[in-house]
Design a protein around this ligand. Structure first.
Ligand code: CDT
Length: 317
């Protein structure tokens, strides 16, 4: 029997500091209702969907930072979204700032969860590649303090859900080939990626004009090279004075974009995805069992940076 997932993009426009959690959840509920009318099984929301992208500010007040983070999921404010998902029989993937308290120790993660059609959390992911910087850098037009505010995740998991193998990644993760390959090695068939990408990148402003191109380039490459569907979803538009890219899209295992958003506001787009279509790539060009050469890939995990010494000679012989 063919395995299809009707996956919807639940793109958000800006979420400002003063927007109440209830108002944001109401927007997410509008998007899931629209997705259900279009026949969706699953809707994907952006990274840090419940709040403004607060790493743009240097904040020393822990209580203010914690006000953006959620300890309970679902909590009182998000329960209505879980209830609606169950009523509509539409699952969702949601990014949020998580406050985890284990044995009295506080940890903060940039998290996404996968929720099934019955409103049950079936997967959780902590963002691995945290971009930006740790200290206040006043020379920037705005900060990108993810390295300060979050602890990096340590694994890419793939979950049995929606009749297939579903993985999650968050924003900057989509630029790294390792993200997709580690999930590809677990048989991933659909990768769900929420993002907040400012158009302006302070350390490399030469890239600003290419930000939409790089967004699509990395997700298309990840899809094709691993024979998987990829769903990329933006929080777009001008948020607290900072312009963010849109470009939300759904990419087939062929690398082709099959659905995309056309605005920078709240918007739904949908695609009818055949999970078995992945096999055309997984059994041929990217048949890992037949064609991969892991013996040649040692430096991938042996080194963090370039595997060369300062004189240009290899670090490993
Ligand atoms: N949210 C996030 O990961 N944004 C980054 C911005 C990179 S510039 C520091 C991204 O890769 O889109």
């Amino acid at each position: 029997m063919a395995r299809y997932v009707n996956v919807a993009i639940g793109q958000l426009g800006p979420v400002n500091k003063e927007d109440s959690r209830a108002a944001v959840v109401a927007r997410l509920m509008n998007l899931i209702r629209e997705a259900q009318q279009l026949g969706a099984d699953l809707i994907v929301y952006p990274e840090l969907a419940l709040t403004t992208f607060f790493p743009r500010w240097y904040i020393e007040d822990e209580s203010q930072l914690d006000s953006w983070r959620k300890a309970a999921m679902p909590g009182a404010e998000t329960q209505p979204l879980f209830d609606l998902a169950r009523e509509l029989q539409v699952g969702f993937c949601l990014g949020y700032a998580e406050l985890s308290i284990e044995q009295g120790e506080k940890r903060r993660f940039n998290t996404s969860i996968l929720v099934d059609k019955n409103g049950v959390i079936v997967g959780k992911y902590h963002k691995v590649h945290l971009p930006g910087h740790r200290e206040h850098e006043p020379w920037r037009a705005f900060q990108h303090l993810e390295k300060r505010y979050f602890t990096p995740g340590t694994e890419f998991s793939v979950f049995n859900a929606f009749g297939g193998r579903v993985g999650m990644a968050i924003c900057n993760d989509r630029r790294w080939c390792e993200t997709y390959r580690v999930m590809g090695l677990q048989g991933v068939e659909m990768v769900l990626i929420g993002y907040n990408t400012p158009v302006h990148n302070a350390p490399a402003p030469e890239h600003d004009d290419l930000s939409l191109f790089h967004n699509q380039l990395s997700m298309q490459a990840g899809a094709y090279q691993n024979g998987t569907w990829v769903v990329g979803v933006a929080k777009a538009g001008t948020e607290e004075g900072v312009e963010h890219i849109g470009g939300s899209c759904i990419i087939a295992p062929s690398g082709e974009v099959v659905a995309s958003c056309v605005t920078k506001g709240d918007e739904v787009a949908i695609a009818h995805c055949d999970l078995d279509f992945c096999q055309i790539y997984k059994r041929a060009t990217f048949n890992f069992d037949v064609h991969r050469q892991p013996n040649a890939y040692g430096p991938i995990t042996a080194f963090k940076g370039e595997a060369l010494l300062a004189d240009g000679s290899p670090r490993h012989q």
